[in-house]
Design a protein around this ligand. Structure first.
Ligand code: PMP
Length: 361
């Protein structure tokens, strides 16, 4: 099989070794005589996979199972936009930092259940930067940030100090790509399909003390407490997605864990940003400030926004096997998504292409 360089924002590239092992698991799981697609989620074969993935997740994040729990839920990160306020607000308020389209969606859902305080916003700059000054309301149930803004290509370079307000983060497009002090989060969640595995599972890591404050009066399937009490086995979990996620986490160990992969991610993004920075007469980074640049989603435009030239850029890229570089439809331009499993050589190849294309500009 000839693999292309897939810069898609997600679902995205997975390690080939994981794809190979998952293919074997589709045929048979650990001498069980059954495929991972066939085993009961109440049986010992699946339980081992499920709990191993959960334990690995917390271990990679440096979190203790006494203090934190890791849930595997369906519905993607979008479900968390609704489930979080449903479980915590009941007419109360929450702080939200408005840094782009995904946070806007999260805020819209929260408004159904309570009051949303905008603690900071970069709307005035079309979300091209991360705000540095925040206003937290001590009465807020939680403070929500999006650590990496997939569409805009911005990311928090350090976590804001939210004081007494529990910090909650949507880390969908960067989960386990850099070594945060994860104990700063009361809850951190991510749809798996970018950095962690296939679509179908959303990882929700919660501090137990925060979980205790969740409301009981919500439908069972949308209750954090019910899912936690049942170890994410309240109903049939997305077993294949969790199995593959477990394989990705094993692979991450071979990459030096989160610290190791962060070093690699910095090198990878560095190739591309360096090419853009060397050619600022041709390319314009979409992110206004260097410190706010995402390591995962690199966004830029041509200086002279010209539809034909943009097309030529994408066509030339496609011709040499660089796929998925078109920017999100709401912002235009280009976007290179280079998640954990995206190969370093691919980033070097894109950097070279940026230089080659600029020569004919
Ligand atoms: N948050 C962010 C930051 C995202 O990038 C995405 C998906 N691109 C989502 C939320 C929504 O995720 P899902 O499709 O899993 O609901």
């Amino acid at each position: 099989m000839k693999r292309i360089l897939n810069f898609s924002a997600g679902p995205a590239t997975l390690p080939v070794s994981v794809l190979e092992e998952a293919s074997r698991g589709i045929l048979e799981i650990e001498g069980s005589g059954m495929s991972i697609l066939e085993v009961s989620h109440r049986g010992s074969h699946y339980e081992k996979i499920h709990f191993d993935a959960r334990d690995r997740m917390l271990k990679l994040m440096g979190l203790s199972a006494d203090e934190y729990t890791c849930l595997f839920l369906g519905g993607g990160a979008s479900l968390q936009f609704a489930m979080l306020p449903m479980n915590y607000l009941a007419g109360g308020s929450a702080d939200y930092v408005q840094t782009g389209e995904w946070p806007n969606k999260a805020m819209k859902e929260a408004k159904i259940f309570g009051k949303v305080n905008v603690s900071a916003s970069s709307e005035d700059g079309k979300y091209s930067y991360i705000p540095k000054v925040f206003k937290w309301d001590p009465a807020a149930q939680y403070a929500h940030i999006c650590t990496n803004n997939t569409i805009e290509g911005t990311a928090f370079s350090k976590l804001p100090d939210t004081g007494v307000v529990p910090l909650v983060a949507d880390a969908s497009s960067e989960m386990l790509s850099r070594a945060w002090d994860f104990s700063k989060f009361s809850m951190i969640y991510a749809g798996a399909q970018k950095n962690l595995g296939p679509a179908g599972v959303c990882v929700v890591v919660m501090k137990k003390s925060f979980l205790e404050k969740a409301r009981e009066e919500v439908p069972a399937i949308l209750s954090y407490k019910i899912h936690a009490k049942n170890d994410s086995l309240y109903n049939t979990p997305p077993a294949f997605a969790i199995y593959t996620l477990g394989l990705v986490l094993k692979w991450l160990d071979t990459q030096g864990g989160v610290k190791g992969i962060e070093e690699k991610n910095r090198r990878k993004a560095g190739f591309i940003y360096q090419a853009i920075d060397d050619l600022l007469d041709v390319y314009e980074p979409a992110c206004r400030e260097k410190e706010d640049r995402s390591l995962m989603n690199i966004t830029w435009r041509l200086r002279t926004a010209d539809a034909d030239r943009e097309k030529a850029f994408l066509k030339g890229a496609q011709d040499i096997g660089l796929d998925g570089l078109k920017g999100h439809r709401s912002v235009g331009g280009f976007r290179a998504s280079v998640y954990n499993a995206f190969p370093e050589e691919g980033c070097a190849k894109l950097a070279q292409y940026l230089r080659d294309f600029a020569k004919q500009y």
